[in-house]
Design a protein around this ligand. Sequence first.
Ligand SMILES: [Zn+2]
Length: 136
Amino acid sequence: MSQRPQPRITDDNRPHWEGAREGRLVLPYCEACARFFYPISPFCPFCLKAPVAWKPVSGRGRVSSWVVFHKAFYPYFADRLPYVVVQVELEEGPRVNGNLFGLDPGSIRLGLPVEATFEREGAEVTLPQFRARAAP
Ligand SMILES: [Zn+2]
């Protein structure tokens, strides 16, 4: 079986992956702006200050975009077709990406409420993913 493509864990993103291993979605947070941001960066994209803090977010958000893959561009995904990659706008603001589990691809809608779930890949890597949730 082919291996799944793995994230590259570096000093700049390590808190994110350590959080995921503990079942928490942890994102960079700028104390000067009092806001979370993503993609991960060693400095704040709004005010350019560094260093940034790391804090857990709720993991709750809504689907802001998605793609349904019917072709496996990596052999690893052949058994998972069709699979869904969503962009989620978190309650805290940033937009993050992940797979969406447990829902027929035809049922996905813009604004669908989702929450983070975690897929363990090995000792080092746990991937933040998403599943549908009941709206509040
Ligand atoms: Zn800032």
